[in-house]
Ligand binder design. Structure first.
Ligand code: TRP
Length: 330
């Protein structure tokens, strides 16, 4: 049987957090044998917010290095840079002509970002979901691993695909969101009721993938818990402890019940240091590979050139089909 196709991407906006890693990259690594996977660096999407050019270039390569350091095997997955594949913006233009302003106006992420960047509400920000639809539809993706915040973009992708298919006949496959198990949402260490965010002002709220072991230990030590001093999973009443349990569970492949048993009779001090050590142990080899890759730009180039080539072949074919269907001379 043919493997199902997976496509996903992350914007090139600086250092990722432990939440990004456990919520996306780590799941991607677990899917690489079972699916035909395409993972891109969404650098074109990053342009919707003003960025320093040198920084964007640096972040793009750093994110590529991180993909590989986290365990994505370039031999098994197609890893590429979005802007290197001309079919993405080209298909996006066509799809723009099949997307209504009213639909885009309803996107909550657009509203949030427009409020946050009131001085730069550019049309790229508005049509962001259409480029994302092009990313997905260009590969005939079956499944798209995304966080909660991107679900609406996947729905509009399906609407656009359906509209196009109903006018021109079956052209695009209908993609589905692939919402990971636990870990899809790792919360902040200081405010465990909101998602761990790379833009959090309070450094103690987030673990960065580049944090040193001592920084990681310190942040877990200071993580917000509650006064019960009992390791028990209860997301509503004990969001802090439950979040730490999720982190530990993903890394150690343990269920919440197993963790409760393991720490039965032990206090938060022991539990927090066990979580910290698990994270340190997981991140140390990742950081080592990451730093090595950053120092060998030629290796990184070879990785994306290989991925770009395959991505270009696949998308060129689909783009031609779309051009033909809408009436362009090909
Ligand atoms: N918008 C996504 C995010 O910020 C990144 C992204 C761009 C993406 N294109 C995609 C994710 C296609 C999945 C599929 O998280």
């Amino acid at each position: 049987m043919e493997k199902k196709i997976i496509l996903s991407g992350i914007q090139a906006t600086g250092v990722l957090t432990l939440g990004n890693y456990l919520g996306s990259l780590n799941n991607w690594v677990e899917m690489q044998d079972k699916y035909d996977c395409y993972y891109m660096i969404a650098d074109l999407h990053t342009l919707t917010i003003r960025k320093d050019p040198e920084e964007l270039r640096k972040n793009t390569l750093a994110l590529l290095a991180l993909y590989v350091a986290a365990g994505l095997d370039p031999e098994k997955n197609t890893i590429f840079i979005q802007s290197h594949i001309p079919a993405h913006p080209a298909l996006s233009w066509v799809l723009n002509c099949y997307t209504y302003m009213g639909e885009l106006n309803r996107m909550t992420q657009f509203k949030d970002k427009a409020a946050k960047h009131a001085d730069n509400i550019n049309s790229g920000l508005f049509t962001y979901p259409v480029l994302m639809a092009a990313d997905i539809l260009a590969y005939n993706a079956d499944l798209v691993p995304v966080g909660d915040d991107q679900k609406q973009h996947l729905e509009i992708t399906r609407d656009i695909a359906e509209r196009f298919n109903s006018i021109y006949g079956k052209t695009f496959k209908m993609p589905e969101a692939y919402i990971g198990k636990v870990g899809a949402r790792i919360m902040g260490l200081q405010d465990p009721t909101s998602k761990m965010s790379k833009s959090a002002v309070n450094e103690l709220d987030k673990i960065l993938l580049t944090d040193t072991p001592d920084e990681i230990r310190k942040k877990f030590k200071k993580a917000v818990t509650d006064s019960e001093n009992k390791v028990r999973y209860d997301k509503e009443a004990k969001p802090g402890v439950s979040n730490l349990m999720s982190i530990y569970g993903i890394i150690k492949h343990k269920s919440m019940e197993e963790i409760e048993k393991e720490f039965d009779g032990k206090g938060y001090g022991d539990f927090k240091s066990a979580v910290a050590e698990a994270v340190v142990e997981r991140l140390e080899p990742l950081q080592k590979r990451y730093n090595e890759l950053l120092e060998s730009p030629e290796k990184l180039r070879a990785i994306y050139e290989k991925g770009d080539k395959k991505a270009r072949e696949i998308t060129d074919k689909l783009l031609k089909e779309v051009y033909k269907k809408v009436g362009l001379v090909i």
